[in-house]
Design a binder for this molecule. Structure first.
Ligand SMILES: Cc1cc2nc3c(=O)[nH]c(=O)nc-3n(C[C@H](O)[C@H](O)[C@H](O)COP(=O)(O)OP(=O)(O)OC[C@H]3O[C@@H](n4cnc5c(N)ncnc54)[C@H](O)[C@@H]3O)c2cc1C
Length: 392
């Protein structure tokens, strides 16, 4: 039988102790607001994720003075993109920027400690069950607690239960993509670059070289491809044999653990409802193609607290956050969708690869947009300048 501790009180209650929930908790604590977090896990765990933090994500963490949470993680200096037709494009992040190969359990444990050291409380092992709305906010019921809160922050990921219970409008993805995740062993030391492999059937692979014995591997594909291969393991091994770029670098899977995850996208048509607001994946996630989910989690958490700090009152701050969450990301989301379409077009992909290989500055600008070092508009201006001065 469930045991309930009655009527805890919190001004701000955050559901989810992932990067979005922890960062918002830390930033609120810095404003003198002691928030509480509930999470269904018993402790911080290593989630299924490519664990690549983009240069923009690194910059946000530094800007918040949380650099020590990034200590010891390897730098990624760029991305290598492999097209289905055999074109290899090596890029470097521009402006001396770099991404990181995280271990998310370590990263989130450090963030949790930081939050707790600022007086925050995390209630682990508390699965969200229900939310009752009342005049002064919400009564949140978890598997072990009942907490009254004035403001509620949903940081509970792509399958957000906060959004479901409070009936936030959501557009479900029209496709049935699946992510396969595992760790591989590399045959030789790998350069400090992430890798993106576009496969002939439109599936793609993201590779993050954490260390030689532990290369983080994610493949986004569809159920049919898994069915045709027999199992996720056989599908991964098929491509590890079939693609010379992959077979040159990695051993096939034997007994390594392999997991699948679905859904891998979320489209939120509503970000705020009264005193409840969504951040991180709960507020929308396209898919892992450009590896910026952690960055978006960090950025939305930062944005919300920036509005709370600058606003006359919290209600107004939530409204302004909602506006920014919708508008500040539009350009990049459109670009990501266009990029997503491009990888399904074999021809388009090869033309992109050939074009990028014409100029180092062109490909570094391209990866600068993907890693959010430049906004799409800034990149366009740079490209026009580049074309006029150098003709590539
Ligand atoms: C295969 C794959 C690879 C990826 N690779 C990358 C990558 O390389 N780089 C990158 O930036 N992003 C990547 N992403 C995306 C990234 O994982 C997410 O964008 C990021 O984790 C979002 O952070 P978040 O804090 O919003 O949510 P989450 O990290 O999902 O955290 C949500 C938290 O809420 C808790 N929770 C959920 N439901 C409940 C409930 N009912 N009650 C209580 N607690 C609850 C969970 O336990 C969890 O701790 C990848 C995603 C996939 C699927």
């Amino acid at each position: 039988m469930d045991f309930y501790e009655e009527n805890k009180e919190a001004e701000f209650l955050i559901i989810g102790a992932g990067p979005a929930g922890l960062i918002v908790g830390i930033q609120l604590a810095k404003l003198g607001i002691k928030a509480q977090i509930v999470d269904r896990n018993k402790q911080q765990v290593r989630p299924l994720c490519g664990e690549y933090l983009s240069p923009e994500g690194v910059n946000y963490i530094k800007r918040m003075g949380l650099d020590d949470c990034l200590d010891g993680f390897n730098h990624l200096l760029g991305m290598t993109i492999f097209s289905a037709g055999g074109i290899k494009v090596c890029t470097s992040f521009p402006e001396n920027s770099y991404g990181l190969s995280l271990n998310r359990e370590t990263f989130q444990t450090r963030l949790s400690k930081k939050f707790e050291s600022l007086g925050g409380i995390i209630h682990y092992d508390n699965n969200l069950k229900d939310i009752l709305t009342h005049d002064n906010g919400f009564k949140v019921i978890t598997s072990k607690l009942k907490i009254n809160t004035k403001y509620l922050i949903g940081a509970d990921g792509r399958t957000s239960k906060v959004a479901r219970i409070l009936q936030f409008k959501t557009d479900l993805p029209g496709h049935k993509k699946v992510a396969i995740h595992c760790y591989l062993k590399s045959k030789k030391p790998l350069p400090p670059h992430g890798q993106m492999h576009i496969l002939p059937n439109g599936s793609y692979v993201g590779i993050n070289p954490i260390v030689q014995e532990e290369v983080n591997f994610s493949m986004v594909t569809d159920q049919q491809a898994i069915k045709a291969a027999g199992s996720p393991r056989e599908l991964v091994n098929f491509w590890l044999r079939e693609s010379s770029f992959l077979s040159d670098q990695f051993y096939p899977l034997t007994m390594e653990e392999i997991k699948t995850v679905v859904p891998i996208t979320r489209k939120s048509a509503e970000i705020r409802k009264g005193n409840a607001v969504l951040i991180g994946d709960a507020s929308g996630f396209i898919d892992p193609l450009t590896g910026e989910g952690i960055t978006t989690a960090v950025k939305t958490a930062f944005m919300l607290c920036e509005e709370i700090e600058n606003g006359a009152n919290v209600k107004e701050a939530l409204l302004r956050y909602e506006y920014r969450r919708i508008n500040d990301f539009i350009q990049k989301e459109r670009l990501n969708k266009a990029f997503q379409k491009l990888i399904y077009s074999k021809f388009g992909c090869e033309v992109l690869g050939l074009t990028l290989n014409l100029s180092k500055r062109l490909r570094n600008t391209f990866i600068g947009v993907i890693g959010n070092v430049y906004t799409p508009n800034e990149a366009l201006r740079l490209l026009v300048k580049l074309y006029l001065t150098e003709r590539f």
